[in-house]
Design a protein around this ligand. Structure first.
Ligand SMILES: Cc1ncc(COP(=O)(O)O)c(C=O)c1O
Length: 368
């Protein structure tokens, strides 16, 4: 594992917002210039060969990061739109009309699930005060009416990690389809899709990967791909996009059947460059650095202030803190000191990444 630290774009203050929008690399524009603009500006007749190679590189890097096969990844514009495509592609069992999820999941995914599934289907919410790390809670909720389960590996509200593998194995054993949201974990937690037995996994590159918005992705288990007949298709969903026989559509054999019409290119070029950097550094190294800085914060504070779990194996990359009646004045003080964070109902969210140093965390702690 290499320990090289990438150069991030120049910025002021202490940037602790990688759970929201990760910082770009210093040379992100140069990389885009080379892979996107240059072949286009040179009026290269083979422009699509260049651009498709760049998107192929994006899938290759995802396969390395998440330990899956390249063919199982399909570029998507957002997780929510990918949800709609997945639901639309399946013939759901009419006797299993509940989709199980948690009140702590990201609302956009719930909205997409409900609208795509239609009125006959009901979202069945696990209450926010349940212990989602307890597999018995999931077991109890996976009743005979449940056809699909949404598992959000890291819930942005509470900074917890869910035991994805246990949950997806349980759903698999009960014949329930699983959909895993890794928006908040990709690029910060080591992930091995090959071990999960999930049916679908959705993520994006805008957060810890620092790859900008628009480069989301879908992973589809090869064992389920033949059951998927996406309705939202285009020529890039075809087994051979360049066949051009208007009377003959065949689905791509792999996850690209979920792709659609002429794809956007720029977001994937930018994201592929960031993914290469994450893979070069090693996600284990990134996580170790994150844990080291997060532990520094946690150990300096009273446990009453900590909303996210103290144990590294249970928490995400984000430390969530609530200072009770000091909260509002503290937020103002941190903002005045150019510490970049955000604040939600449960507390302030701080996400230490490779762009942060121990000294920055010491200064942060001085502000508390
Ligand atoms: C857990 C989680 N899922 C999904 C999303 C975003 O989904 P989408 O790509 O549809 O905007 C976020 C964004 O913050 C998130 O935190």
């Amino acid at each position: 594992m290499s320990t090289s630290v990438p150069a991030f774009a120049a910025h002021t203050g202490t940037y602790l917002l990688s759970h929201s929008v990760g910082l770009p690399l210093q040379d992100a524009q140069q990389a885009a210039q080379k892979a996107f603009w240059q072949p286009w500006q040179q009026a290269d007749a083979e422009i699509w060969t260049h651009w498709l190679a760049a998107i192929d590189g994006f899938r290759t890097q995802l396969a390395i990061l998440l330990k899956g096969k390249k063919g199982s990844f399909c570029p998507q514009t957002s997780l929510s739109s990918a949800v709609a495509k997945i639901i639309d592609s399946l013939s759901l069992d009419p006797s299993k009309k509940s989709i199980l999820l948690s009140e702590e999941d990201f609302p956009s995914i719930a909205f997409a699930l409900q609208q795509a599934a239609g009125e006959g289907y009901a979202l069945k919410f696990i209450p926010a005060d349940s212990d989602l790390a307890d597999i018995d809670v999931w077991d109890e909720q996976m009743t005979a009416d449940v056809g699909m389960v949404l598992v959000t590996q890291v819930q942005s509200n509470n900074g917890r990690q869910l035991p994805v593998q246990k949950i997806t194995q349980l759903s698999h054993s009960k014949g329930i389809l699983s959909l895993v949201d890794i928006a908040q974990s990709a690029g910060i937690l080591p992930i091995s899709l090959a071990d999960w037995q999930a049916d679908f996994v959705l993520g994006s590159c805008v957060k810890w990967i620092g790859g900008g918005p628009g480069a989301a992705f879908m992973w589809v288990n090869p064992e389920i791909i033949d059951r998927c007949t996406p309705k939202n298709v285009g020529w890039f969903s075809h087994e051979n996009p360049f066949e051009f026989d208007i009377h003959h559509f065949r689905y791509a054999e792999d996850a690209l059947r979920f792709w659609g019409g002429t794809p956007s290119v720029y977001p994937y070029v930018v994201a592929a460059h960031s993914l290469e950097s994450v893979n070069r550094t090693g996600v284990e190294h990134i996580r170790a650095h994150n844990i080291m800085l997060a532990d520094k914060i946690i150990q300096a504070l009273s446990p009453a202030i900590l909303v996210s779990p103290p144990e590294p194996e249970l928490r995400s990359g984000t430390v969530i803190l609530h200072f009770a009646d000091r909260q509002a004045s503290l937020i103002k003080r941190l903002q005045d000191q150019h510490i970049h964070f955000d604040s939600r109902a449960k507390g302030i969210r701080l996400s230490p990444h490779l762009c942060n140093t121990s000294q920055q965390i010491d200064s942060l702690l001085d502000s508390f």
